[in-house]
Ligand binder design. Structure first.
Ligand code: FPP
Length: 260
């Protein structure tokens, strides 16, 4: 669990409601240690477990991680198969802890390409944690932001075709209801480890107004302290959502006055 020093360092008022993470750098972490890439992915699972503990300890309500992209099928067959096995074994290993910690698991992405065994373990994990409310923890697997938008559009078109939705009602708000994670707030803070400054087709719709945080730290080395640093950076950002800096400052001053 996150220690009390970490908790006191972050102003809870400024916590992002939803954090998304691209966990990059497992391969390089392993290479530096002359280990196989699989060892990097295994260490990556350990890092993820620590961040879930930090997030629950600090009071972050939603966390979404990119575990396997629609494009990751292009990796060597052996690595893909190792990753698939790691998903099954990690879910089995950590599920009891996640249940105890009050974590609600949800998997997003196209499951149709997965083995029956993996699909079963995803469904079981979702079922076993569905009434938990402490942390909504979403794992994106065989996921792509463009896939998400296309799948949402397809479902919406089906509803238009069946007559349950009128074309005149189609707008951003309605389409967003068809997207993955429509049950959660939009992403406030997007973190990418491993030194690259790219979104890589993750949560394109849901990250429209996210603050983007990039760090050179390789994912297996990303720990509670690094996570707190990213939250501190987030709390120093002025979020304008299209308004001017002056407007935001005036509004925040009047909110402060209202508090007294
Ligand atoms: C990117 O690093 C990492 C991945 C493609 C896999 C991430 C998966 C995990 C951390 C396991 C998560 C497990 C569960 C159960 C959710 P990379 O391999 O591209 O690293 P590199 O850029 O250094 O080569």
């Amino acid at each position: 669990m996150a220690n009390s020093k970490q908790q006191s360092e972050v102003s809870l008022v400024d916590l992002p409601a939803h954090v998304a993470i691209v966990m990059d750098g497992n391969g390089r972490w392993a290479k530096k240690r002359l280990m196989p890439r699989a060892a990097g992915h295994k260490a990556g699972v350990g890092a993820l477990n620590k961040i879930i503990e930090s997030a629950t300890g600090l009071g972050v309500k939603c966390l979404t991680v990119f575990a396997f992209s629609s494009e990751n099928w292009n990796r060597p067959k052996l690595e893909v198969s190792i990753l698939m096995d790691l998903f099954v074994s990690s879910i089995k290993k950590y599920l009891p802890e996640l249940i105890k910690a009050g974590v609600c698991l949800q998997f997003i992405g196209d499951r149709s390409a997965f083995s029956e065994k993996l699909i079963r373990s995803l469904v079981e994990a979702e079922e076993a944690t569905k009434s938990n409310t402490r942390l909504k923890f979403n794992i994106a697997m065989n996921y792509g932001g463009r896939w998400d938008i296309a799948a949402a559009t397809k479902s919406l078109l089906e509803d238009v075709q069946s007559g349950s939705v009128s074309t005149d009602d189609v707008n951003e708000e309605l389409l967003s209801k068809y997207m993955s994670l429509s049950n959660l707030p939009e992403v406030d803070l997007f973190i990418r480890t491993g030194g690259e400054h790219r979104i890589s087709n993750f949560l394109l719709w849901q990250c429209a107004y996210s603050e983007l945080y990039f760090t050179d730290v390789l994912w297996p080395d990303f720990n509670g302290e690094e996570f707190v640093q990213s939250l501190q950076w987030f709390s120093s950002r002025q979020r304008r959502f299209g308004r001017t800096g002056e407007q935001v400052e005036t509004e925040s001053d009047s909110r402060k006055v209202g508090k007294h």
